[in-house]
Design a protein around this ligand. Structure first.
Ligand code: HMG
Ligand code: MG
Length: 307
């Protein structure tokens, strides 16, 4: 039997949150629509955070109102506190994500509070989400290293992941925020976390700064993870982790997973078109090696045909 892997597409949120030029809500909505048509079933669409902190996500209400919701597709959003949760709920969110860090310095820079304070802020979010039957996912950032503190102790990641699970997250996504991990450091981290939270409740969220994200996904898959976050065309970077690049490109992730016999439900060719479209819309080259290779192959085939 083929193994099924769940992909959480974070391009419209993680991918675009750091973009300096204004990306119109209409472009974001067209991207989300193309991702759904390509077969993505979990698409993180925006963040209900302060527009002063992340101006690119200031159009969250417009994005939510413009969604053409496909049956069977989830459209989660980030909510750092109750204010964000209430705003998201008012716009029809059915799934939210809270985000904590395994590093104190990153927590302060990213959400202006300590790790413990961030957990306190999440408690009312979980209570309100439970009342509204809204699913909550959790993120832990800096699971391998922090841009301000250096390497992160795996036990610290396990503590925060367990706390998020205990509060009610159906899944905890482990963020290598600065993409510094290798299969060695990622597996050491996963061993510590999986001793406290079972692998079926874990997801890998690997940024690709050092080009290790595909290797880290493969190592995590072999370890037992069956959920991964990725960003079409490898869009993105975190505003509070300078120099860090986007997530593993969804095209590269799908090519890897299909290549090792896993099933994702994603149409790679349609996804490549989607990646080429958004790269051109925002004027950035795609970071996906797989997309570049497949587009070059297509161009060569077309040239041959026209001869
Ligand atoms: P704060 O300043 O500490 O909050 O910010 P506060 O409660 O003191 O409120 C200050 C002002 O913010 C007030 O407005 C509030 O109303 C407003 P004012 O009176 O000054 O006009 N405010 C809000 N506005 C909109 N939405 C809200 C909200 N809450 C308060 N939800 C806060 C705390 C968390 C809001 C702020 O630090 C923030 O917005 N940070 C942005 C964090 C962020 O989006 N980071 C990027 C996403 S995380 C990430 O990328 C990592 C991840 O991908 C995993 C990985 O790769 O590691 C998930
Ligand atoms: Mg991220």
């Amino acid at each position: 039997m083929m193994e099924r892997v769940r992909i959480v597409e974070v391009g419209p949120r993680d991918g675009l949150q750091n973009e300096k030029q204004v990306v119109p809500a209409a472009t974001k909505l067209a991207l989300i629509e193309r991702l759904a048509v390509a077969g993505l079933r979990d698409i993180e669409v925006t963040s209900f955070v302060s527009p002063k902190w992340v101006p690119q996500m200031a159009d969250q209400a417009e994005v939510m109102r413009g969604l053409r919701r496909h049956p069977g597709v989830n459209y989660p959003v980030l909510t750092p506190n109750l204010k964000g949760f209430e705003a998201a709920l008012a716009e029809g969110a059915t799934e939210v994500a809270v985000f904590a860090s395994a590093s104190e310095s990153f927590s302060q820079k990213n959400i202006n509070c300590s790790i413990a304070e961030s957990i306190d802020r999440f408690v009312p979010v979980f209570e309100a989400a439970s009342r509204a039957s809204v699913k909550v996912r959790g993120y832990v950032s800096c699971v391998v290293a922090c841009p301000y503190e250096g390497p992160t102790a795996p036990a610290k990641v396990a503590d925060v992941a367990l706390r998020l699970r205990e509060l009610g997250c159906y899944e905890v996504s482990l963020g290598d925020t600065i993409g510094a991990g290798t299969p060695g450091s990622v597996l050491r981290m996963l061993e510590a976390v999986a001793a406290r939270v079972s692998v079926e409740h874990l997801a890998g969220h690997y940024h690709d700064t050092y080009g290790m994200a595909v290797a880290n996904v493969h190592a995590s898959y072999r370890f037992g993870l069956r959920a991964f976050d990725s960003s079409v065309a490898g869009l993105g970077g975190c505003p509070y982790a300078k120099g860090a690049t986007g997530n593993v490109a969804t095209e590269d992730l799908i090519y890897l997973l299909h290549g090792i016999g896993a099933e994702t439900g994603v149409d790679l060719e349609a996804l490549v078109d989607c990646g080429a479209w958004i790269s051109s819309a925002i004027g950035r080259p795609s970071q996906s090696r797989v997309a570049r290779a497949l587009l070059a192959r297509r161009a060569a085939a077309e040239e041959k045909q026209s001869c």
